[in-house]
Design a protein around this ligand. Structure first.
Ligand code: MLC
Ligand code: AMP
Length: 466
């Protein structure tokens, strides 16, 4: 079973857990989840694909588990999505209804989730090849693409992490990450439901909330860890934890060192993507090297290739494009055959788009992205192209170039260089992106220029922007 701890027979035979999931003001026992989510499954069993407005609530957890019980594909929708991003996700995914809450103004039907409803019908386990999620993720250009994740991939991906992190039912997982990405949703909700360890979702991932949760296993993006490292009282409250895990963006070495000093734990760093789940990690029982993301997890193979496709030596110094194979990889981008084909080599390796070095012990160091047009801010993947297109939709904007600049808190912050046709405030442009795309993709800064540096072909030379 994908969610092994929710096996209805065991739950009925005494394997209940009173606080399986704490989220917001709600506490769900294992039998609450099985009963209410099976009731959700009964309501949607005839649908193929439904959208879930993925706020961190009990409703979202029950909606998602209900779909997994019924074998219905879930399209998790960022709750801060703006109008055009929302429209794109709904049209592109072909979602037939909202399950749970719907954003205002959407014309799709809404199927409510009733937290107190119960059904004890037992559904057969859906086929392993069936698509569990369509997760929307940004590319360098164009609107986000839908990543198809099968049940088989999720099971393999979670099992590899369970092994790497010695994750057991005795752990209590704590995090406050969003429920529409691999990190917060697949690892952070399906992980504990597969393992049988309780989950405490803190809502916003503040240092204080992490300190008060008193868990054993903590997940965070580097921005969360850097804020904890700046709060010695909160950090020292994590001394009793077993494992602190960082991922979704590079963990700065000074943050790693400060966490080790304040918490007594060297954090485990792991590397992943929406398309691949988590493929590299340091181990609960192994070396944790600052600046390095560890070795391939179970079933994963990696290699480095240069621009000509030639092998790059694994000497810890030479860098190349990181390519991956493994059982937790996605099944392609929904409706984008060409983009899917382009992301694989002819001999069957997935091209991550990241540049890495690998040493003789198979330890990996992620050096950066091949394209500067894919920005990571607070752990969110943001395409420069989608923000540029959004800004060009504003009547005052004549030209635009979007980049990710180094930021002590967010890793990178989205900065837009603009040439204006008429005067407009910085705030108005930022809000324009936040209401069109999504709040987390908004530029944090607008820099107005007379012109943008372009080459002879008219292409903006982003490296010359200042
Ligand atoms: C500010 N706000 C605005 C606004 N400006 N709202 C509307 N319009 C504007 N112009 C509000 C926001 O709504 C929010 O309100 C508040 O300001 C702060 O928002 P923020 O500035 O975006 O928050 P921030 O502090 O920057 O968030 C940091 C963070 C967040 C770390 C909490 O970036 C985060 O959750 N990151 C996680 C990303 C993640 O999970 N990535 C995983 C991808 S999977 P309010 O009231 O809502 O607080 C992956 C694979 C792998 O990468 O390897 O894991
Ligand atoms: P996403 O699709 O949002 O999961 O983003 C995936 C990208 O996040 C990867 O291609 C990397 O660029 C980046 N990433 C994830 N984990 C790490 C890490 N531990 N170190 C450096 N980059 C990371």
């Amino acid at each position: 079973m994908l969610l092994g701890s929710l096996d209805p027979y065991s739950v009925a035979n005494g394997y209940d857990l009173p606080d399986a999931v704490r989220i917001g003001d709600d506490v769900l026992s294992r039998s609450d989840i099985v009963g209410a989510a099976t009731s959700v499954a009964e309501r949607i069993a005839r649908a193929d694909r439904v959208a879930v407005l993925a706020r961190p609530t009990a409703t979202t957890v029950l909606a998602i588990v209900g779909c997994l019980i019924a074998g219905v594909t879930v399209v998790p929708v960022p709750p801060d999505s703006g109008a055009s991003e929302l429209e794109h996700i709904l049209r592109d995914s072909g979602a037939q209804a909202w399950l749970g809450e719907a954003p205002t103004g959407s014309s799709l039907p809404v199927v409510p989730v009733r937290v107190h409803a119960r059904s004890w019908h037992v559904y057969p386990e859906p086929a392993p090849d069936s698509v569990a999620f369509v997760l929307y993720t940004s590319g360098t250009t164009g609107p986000p693409k839908g990543v198809l994740l099968s049940r088989r991939a999720i099971a393999a991906g979670l099992d590899a992490l369970i092994q790497a992190w010695s994750w057991t039912a005795k752990d209590v997982l704590v995090h406050g990450l969003p429920l529409f990405h691999v990190h917060g949703l697949i690892l952070g909700v399906l992980g504990p439901l597969r393992v049988g360890s309780p989950l405490i979702h803190t809502g916003t991932p503040t240092p204080k909330a992490y300190a008060e949760a008193a868990g054993t296993l903590y997940f965070g993006v580097p921005t969360v860890w850097s804020r904890i490292a700046d709060d010695p009282a909160a950090a020292s409250a994590l001394r009793d934890a077993r494992l602190l895990v960082s991922g979704s963006a590079p963990l700065p070495v000074p943050v790693f060192e400060r966490l080790r000093e304040l918490t007594g734990h060297a954090p485990v760093e792991r590397y992943g993507m929406s398309e691949t789940m988590i493929t590299l990690s340091t181990r609960a029982d192994g070396e944790r090297r600052p600046g390095w993301v560890g070795t391939p997890v179970a079933g994963v193979e990696t290699r480095l290739r240069d621009e000509n496709g030639s092998a790059v030596p694994k000497d810890g110094e030479s860098i190349g494009g990181l390519q991956i194979r493994g059982p937790m990889l996605f099944d392609g981008y929904l409706g984008r055959r060409e983009a899917t084909v382009e992301s694989w080599t002819e001999d069957g390796w997935f091209k991550t788009g990241d540049v890495a070095a690998i040493d003789a012990d198979d330890f990996h160091r992620i050096v950066g992205r091949e394209s500067t047009d894919l920005i990571k801010s607070g752990g969110y993947r943001i395409g420069a192209g989608e923000v540029e297109t959004a800004l060009l939709g504003h009547p005052a904007v004549a030209e635009v170039a979007v980049v990710g600049l180094d930021d002590a808190d967010l890793g990178q912050r989205v900065v837009a260089y603009v040439v204006l046709r008429e005067s407009v405030s910085e705030r108005a442009l930022i809000d324009f992106v936040a209401t069109g795309l999504s709040v987390h993709k908004r530029p944090r800064e607008i820099r107005v220029r007379e012109s943008l540096p372009r080459n002879a072909m008219g292409k903006v030379q982003k490296k010359l922007l200042d």
